[in-house]
Design a protein around this ligand. Structure first.
Ligand code: ZN
Ligand code: ZN
Length: 824
């Protein structure tokens, strides 16, 4: 039964079309395709078990873009995979006594099916699963390339440790001022451990350069702040007694060195025990012990009163040659800069508070040009006009000039130099857990750490281990797996038991998609050269200083090792917003505000859920769930359904009918342009508004009897083609019902006919001497002479001319007319 009264019933056709598209390979990218390539990628998910609304939201946006590019004639790669190593699988193993591999595989199967249900046009033939040995073999290979190049190294260091997950964390995985685990929010602890690191800091400067990429400003800001580059000077303060090495500080304000009236060391600074005089030792030791017990957030608080102790020793200010006392205080942290500061209380708030507390001298050395400095607070304006005071030969110099001048003077007397520091540290990549790629290193008593030969990769994870978290890798108890041979001498050796951070897996998965089945190498250089860089990468902004920094580092390091020939993984990055619960809170099981997509799909169909999600708000902002909104979307698609059914009366030939047809064509062609622009800009919500308006125009035309005419057919067919990326199933179903050839998804994306899109009439503002006085309604073909005549005929204009001839009439075609009156 195919008539207009048949109601919309997505259950009748959605599944059918998905099966057909898959069978026909409609979404497959082809390596040997001569058309221009587009690589569209959305961050692959962790296989947690079920797709939630957030996954749908994240995937639908780039799916629309990928489909749009396909219809515009590009060879599109839009792959999907699973970030399947990691702690949740291991924790599930512990909690439910199921092997992580099994748990992961079952979740992947379920999520793959759900992704298919949402109608996303992924190329599943390229699927990548990072816990598959066929994948992690190459993760290990990359590790070895970095190791051989000195970009991976092992070192003892104080590391952040999550006591709940029993694992070390990368610095980027410690969140917030109160330093909590990014995964379980437990406050982290410091531990001294031997760990593996990647030398990401070799790339700090290059990672600050965003000139080749189009990234959202907040991500650029996050990465820039995270890297934390600051320029200044390293200054050495000679300590007394003079057989002790000088105390080195870093300052961004070497222009204030004349105001350094004391020094403060972190209690953990290695010189503290050396410099402390015997009469002070008891008090110093007690203070150091207390400081070690405090959290970093307590120590950095500007609120609480300053504490500290004088250690009995002195240093010499290299510019004033004054003896200045050395203190220790917990507000100086060992991990920042050099762990020592020159205190300039006149120009630093915390130093000022400290000096007040302990009655230490405060000397202003920078002042505004007016000369006035505050009397009861630090002066920190650092304005352009400030000058040095009380600074020896530099007195009177502009502060901006004094920075290089004093740095140079320090360099001349051998006590300082220009220096740059970074907040960023190397990336800690080893984890003491089971479910990750084993680090391909063995230890020989004689030869130490040795790389596993590449032809022995992958180092397979053994299946049979005990999963209870003990703080050491469960691999440590697997005697059989541990025992191996030294690749150098062949004698018994022991395997490294730590596994790699899963963020290493995700630092190169986008390369694997280019040649996912290549069993002889990590990637086929020809395919990587053809597909990379990614044209559009989308995902959550929460990855700003982890994944989105790591994957840039990987590309740069692999480029320098000769494996890649480009500098950045993606040309363009966009972050989707977040779908909140109806209560405007983050969706979570504990709040009971989670919307399960499966339930909605069985009720409304995939198309409605997709369109509703894209209509919630601007895609990069997200918004709260609103269940009345989804009904509205369903009703809209039902209207599309009705309007697109064949049949209906032919248009009437009279003048009014002609005008109505012209209006419908105008609506059709303006919608093409608007929807194209909106989809390119990822403004899906406004694209949907315009598609709704076109639907309304079509329905009005049907009501006045235009349904059989050409303009009507063009409007409906165009609407279906424009809907295809957003609501792929209904577009395909109606396309077929209207008698067109399969598939709507292989139709060329329409281009607007400018003449048809042009409005029949233009409203021209008329100004007199630059002030708006009237508006003219003209057609696009009205001549300039005619427009001038109409403007001068206007009674409003005539009032200002007051019978005089105009001095000039200026026209900006299509925009305005300005009548200039003669000067009296
Ligand atoms: Zn944790
Ligand atoms: Zn050996």
């Amino acid at each position: 039964m195919r008539n207009g009264r048949e109601p919309l019933d997505p259950a009748r056709y959605e599944q059918k079309w998905r099966e057909r598209w898959e069978a026909d390979g409609l979404h497959q990218a082809h390596d040997d395709d001569p058309r221009p390539k587009k690589y569209v990628l959305t961050m692959y998910p962790y296989p947690s078990g079920d797709l939630h609304v957030g996954h749908w939201y994240a995937a639908t946006g780039p799916d629309i873009v990928a489909r749009l590019h396909r219809m515009r004639g590009a060879n599109v790669m839009f792959p999907m995979g699973f970030d399947s190593f990691g702690l949740p699988a291991e924790n599930a193993a512990i909690d439910r006594n199921i092997h992580p591999a099994k748990w992961t595989a079952a979740n992947i199967d379920r999520m793959r099916t759900q992704f298919k249900t949402m109608g996303a046009g992924f190329d599943w033939t390229r699927e990548v699963i990072t816990s598959d040995p066929a994948y992690y073999r190459w993760t290990q290979w990359i590790f070895l390339q970095l190791y051989k190049a000195g970009l991976a190294y092992r070192a003892m260091a104080p590391v952040d440790w999550c006591p709940k997950d029993q694992v070390v964390l990368a610095r980027e995985q410690v969140e917030g001022a109160d330093r909590r685990c990014w995964r379980c929010h437990t406050p982290v602890e410091k531990r001294d451990l031997e760990q593996w690191w990647f030398r990401i800091t070799n790339y700090s400067d290059e990672l600050l350069d965003f000139s080749e990429v189009d990234y959202p400003e907040p991500i650029k800001r996050m990465q820039t702040n995270w890297i934390g580059r600051s320029e200044g000077a390293e200054i050495d303060f000679a300590a007394e007694p003079d057989d002790v090495e000088p105390i080195r500080v870093f300052t961004t304000r070497p222009d204030t060195v004349f105001g350094a009236t004391f020094m403060v060391l972190a209690p953990e600074h290695p010189l503290v025990s050396v410099l402390t005089t015997d009469d002070r030792r008891t008090g110093v030791d007690a203070y150091v012990a207390d400081a070690r017990r405090e959290t970093e957030i307590e120590r950095m608080s500007t609120e609480r009163p300053k504490t500290g102790v004088f250690i009995g020793a002195y240093a010499v200010n290299p510019m004033t040659n004054e003896r200045i006392p050395i203190w220790i205080a917990d507000y100086v942290l060992p991990g920042y800069g050099t762990g020592a500061i020159m205190a300039v209380p006149a120009h630093d708030e915390r130093d000022f508070a400290f000096a007040r507390q302990f009655d230490l001298p405060i000397r202003f050395v920078v002042a505004p040009a007016s000369g006035a400095v505050p009397s009861d607070e630090a002066f920190m304006a650092h304005s352009a006009d400030e000058v040095l005071i009380d600074s020896g030969d530099f007195t009177g110099m502009r502060a901006a000039d004094a920075i290089p001048a004093i740095t140079e003077a320090l360099a001349e007397n051998g006590s300082g130099q220009y220096a740059v520091t970074y907040r960023q540290r190397d990336w800690l990549v080893s984890r003491q857990r089971y479910w990750g790629a084993p680090i391909p290193i063995v230890y020989c008593d004689e030869h130490g750490a040795q790389a596993v030969p590449e032809d022995q990769l992958p180092v397979l994870l053994p299946d049979d281990v005990d999963f209870a978290p003990t703080g050491v890798s469960p691999l440590q108890d697997h005697a059989e797996w541990l025992a191996t041979e030294c690749p150098t001498c062949g004698k018994p050796a022991r395997r490294e038991t730590d596994t790699l951070d899963t963020f290493i897996d995700s630092s190169w998965y986008f390369l694997r998609y280019c040649s996912p089945h290549d069993s002889s190498r990590a990637w086929d250089p020809e395919q990587v050269a053809a597909w990379m860089p990614i044209d559009l990468y989308t995902g959550g902004a929460e990855h700003g200083v982890m994944h989105l920094l790591y994957f840039r580092f990987f590309v740069k390091a692999l480029r320098d090792l000769g494996h890649l020939s480009f500098d950045e993984p993606t040309r363009k990055l966009r972050n989707q917003g977040q779908i909140l619960g109806a209560d405007h809170n983050r969706m979570s099981k504990s709040r009971g505000n989670v919307q399960a997509p499966d339930e909605l799909v069985s009720r409304y169909g995939s198309d409605t859920v997709r369109a509703f999600l894209m209509f919630i708000g601007p895609w990069d902002q997200g918004g709260p769930w609103n269940s009345s909104g989804i009904d509205g979307i369903y009703r809209w698609l039902a209207r599309v359904w009705g309007a697109a059914q064949p049949g209906g009366a032919a248009g009437s030939g009279d003048a009014e009918g002609k005008e109505l047809e012209r209006a419908l064509r105008r609506a059709t062609h303006t919608t093409i342009d608007a929807v194209t622009e909106d989809c390119e800009a990822l403004h899906f919500n406004t694209a949907i508004s315009k598609l709704m308006e076109l639907t309304n125009a079509i329905i009005r035309a049907r009501e006045v009897g235009l349904a059989g005419g050409e303009a009507y057919a063009e409007a409906v067919d165009t609407l279906l083609v424009l809907l295809a990326p957003l609501t792929p199933h209904i577009a395909e179903e109606l396309w077929e019902r209207r008698g067109h050839d399969y598939s709507v998804h292989q139709q060329p994306w329409p281009t607007a006919n400018a003449a048809l899109a042009a409005s029949d009439t233009i409203e021209l503002p008329v100004q007199v001497d630059g002030k708006l006085r009237d508006r003219l309604v003209v057609t696009p073909d009205t001549s300039d002479a005619e427009i001038e005549r109409m403007a001068l005929d206007s009674v409003h204009v005539q009032r200002y001319l007051a019978g005089r001839a105009p001095m000039r009439v200026i026209q900006v075609p299509g925009k305005l007319v300005n009548v200039v009156t003669p000067r009296d």
